[in-house]
Design a protein. Structure first.
Length: 168
């Protein structure tokens, strides 16, 4: 008798759960690190994977607002990764200029590839050409903290790349 009651309860649960409609088009995009290749001191290529349930992770043509953000972390003398601080010079005549260092991201506008449709789930990988990809050429070991913002203002997950080493 107990076995029949148990089987009946399980059967009712399975039937109930199968009737629940699941949203397969999650509007929150996600990204993953794929690869980083430095061409020279000025140009590098970062490849990331993406998954977006409503297909709006990329900017439309002629949009000027950045949707890709990367913070540069370098390996310090203690072997720890710390954020790079970028100089911001504020003119102050007739006194000497003031230099303030700030933690700011490298930003880009990543446009929708022409072969992707709008308003549908998308998945793939994209390579971003990064110009000025590090704050100083003395940094040979570094990482990036990365995220993107879709057209509706949804922020992707933040990812940290593995340690990247370049010879120049």
């Amino acid at each position: 008798m107990k076995v029949k009651v148990y089987i009946s309860v399980v059967l009712v649960m399975v039937i109930s759960l199968s009737c629940v409609k699941r949203n397969k088009n999650n509007p929150l995009p996600t990204i993953t690190y794929e690869n980083f290749a430095a061409e020279d001191e000025n140009t590098a290529y970062l490849t990331i994977g993406y998954l977006d349930g409503d297909g709006d992770i990329f900017a439309e043509k002629d949009v000027k607002t950045p949707n890709f953000y990367a913070w540069f972390y370098f390996k310090d003398t203690n072997g720890e990764f710390v954020p790079s601080l970028w100089p911001l010079v504020i003119p102050n005549p007739p006194k000497p200029d003031t230099t303030i260092y700030q933690d700011r991201p490298i930003t880009y506008v990543v446009e929708r590839p022409s072969d992707l449709s709008k308003d549908q789930p998308i998945k793939g990988r994209i390579t971003i050409t990064m110009v000025g990809w590090r704050s100083d050429s003395k940094y040979k070991n570094f990482k990036y903290k990365i995220y993107m913002i879709d057209q509706k203002g949804n922020k992707t997950n933040e990812i940290m790349t593995p340690e990247i080493t370049v010879p120049f």
